[in-house]
Design a protein. Sequence first.
Length: 56
Amino acid sequence: MTMPMDEMGDYQFIEAGGVAIGAITQDVQEIPGGEFAFTATDPSGAMLGFVGPKGA
């Protein structure tokens, strides 16, 4: 399931066992050094950021 977030792109909800465990944005961005970054939100609303090589 997705939810539009205007300029942030869409949230893609992540489920495990039929329970929503978080969401990620569809907006994966390349950053200097050739790695990629995206943000996620856990069920309590805390924002997380991830950085690494694409496809890892």
